[in-house]
Design a protein around this ligand. Structure first.
Ligand SMILES: Nc1ncnc2c1ncn2[C@@H]1O[C@H](COP(=O)(O)OP(=O)(O)OP(=O)(O)O)[C@@H](O)[C@H]1O
Length: 360
């Protein structure tokens, strides 16, 4: 296993890039800790596959270096990087049994038969396929085949990292949760460095210790699910994580107050002067309806989604969503929305600022 360092890494698919816009990956410097479970999350086209392909060696970056531990692997081919990969679609050998499929990476490296047997059985147990070990892969469902791919990705203990590229795409929705949980358990047990690419926030948040959010070729935040929820470093993270995402409104901020379209809003902290385009962000979970204080709101829709209700509305400054816990009544005449002051984040040109004015 290895720590992965991305050192001034950038990539352009163009032969002669002239500006930032020509880069699919803008320059980044990151250290991904040995044994960490990382999810690479972001919308289509943000650069996830480009980054994963650079880490796996399928793509040579146009700038910067990739290190595994202390070793510079920037120009090393995939085969020399000692990584396991699991792709979107199952890669199994149909004519082999499940056991042979799982054993393949170990036999390939000349591991002892007794070790192969016990390791394969251990992995088969973890993916719930011990009953099927002696069956041929041909004829198994896509779910089962993808479980084998996952198992094969995990079977070697000596890999530098395991890379997963949207591995649950073909899995039945109800199985996804089970497999995610199993992957998490496998990570706990074997502590491999894992990188899991997805555009699905639920997958990212349940799998990873650290979620790496990408947007427009940049890593905009690398944090625990809690950090992404409480303190989104960029308005995109606020909007992308959470359902619905964070409410973001243009504001003027001075001291402990924000002014949003003529309404005064209390902030939980004192802010020094904030420049650029100033916005406040507050999650729907920290908004309440009120009859006599807050920002005037016209409720446009109320959705009952089981354990809570989502109230959607419009203010003079833009749309605002509220998430109300089950059982909380919507009072007659409640036509304002109040934000919990300590839950409000302040943004300057889309980046969160801390109360002392530094970029977060
Ligand atoms: N081989 C290529 N040649 C030129 N441009 C490319 C190539 N591959 C990707 N791109 C561009 O680079 C940018 C990042 O693409 P990338 O595939 O890394 O994003 P992604 O986040 O993985 O998206 P998706 O989730 O759709 O796979 C996009 O603008 C894409 O059009």
């Amino acid at each position: 296993m290895a720590r992965i360092t991305l050192d001034t890494l950038a990539h352009s698919y163009l032969p002669a890039p002239t500006g930032e816009a020509d880069y699919a990956l803008k320059e980044m410097n990151h250290v991904w800790e040995d044994g960490g479970a990382y999810a690479l999350l972001g919308p289509s086209g943000c650069g996830k596959s480009t980054l994963l392909n650079i880490i796996s060696g399928l793509l040579q970056p146009s700038h910067g270096r990739v290190l595994f531990g202390e070793e510079d692997v920037t120009h090393a081919p995939t085969a020399a990087r000692n990584i396991a990969q699991v792709f979107q679609f199952p890669v199994v050998y149909d004519t082999m049994t499940v056991r042979e499929n799982l054993a393949f990476p170990l036999r390939n490296r000349g591991m002892e038969a007794a070790y192969v047997r016990s390791r394969v059985e251990e992995i088969a147990r973890m993916i719930g396929m011990e009953e099927a070990l002696n069956r041929k892969a041909r004829g198994l469902t896509a779910d089962a085949k993808q479980k084998i791919s996952l198992g094969r990705g995990m079977v070697r203990e000596d890999v530098n990292a395991i890379l997963f590229d949207e591995p649950l795409t073909v899995i039945d929705p109800h199985m996804k949760f089970e497999l995610r949980t199993q992957l998490k358990a496998l990570h706990r047990q074997f502590a491999h460095t894992m990188i899991y690419v997805t555009h699905d926030q639920t997958e990212a948040l349940t799998f990873a210790d650290k979620v790496v959010v990408m947007y427009d070729g940049r890593v905009v935040q690398m944090g625990t699910p809690e950090e992404l929820f409480d303190r989104p470093a960029h308005t995109f993270v606020g909007y992308f994580i959470g359902s619905p995402g964070m409410n973001i409104l243009d504001a003027e901020v001075a001291g402990t107050r924000a002014r949003v379209h003529g309404s005064e809003i209390a902030l939980g902290e004192r802010y020094a002067e904030v420049g650029g385009r100033v916005q406040i962000g507050v999650r729907p979970e920290f908004c309440l309806l009120s009859r006599d204080e807050g920002l005037p709101l016209r409720v446009t829709r109320v959705e009952d989604v089981g354990r809570h209700r989502i109230v959607r509305g419009e203010t003079e400054a833009g749309s605002v969503n509220l998430t109300l816990p089950e059982g909380m009544p919507i009072e007659e005449g409640a036509d304002r929305v109040v934000f919990a002051p300590e839950r409000i984040n302040v943004y300057s040109d889309d980046w969160r600022v801390t109360p002392d004015g530094r970029a977060a």
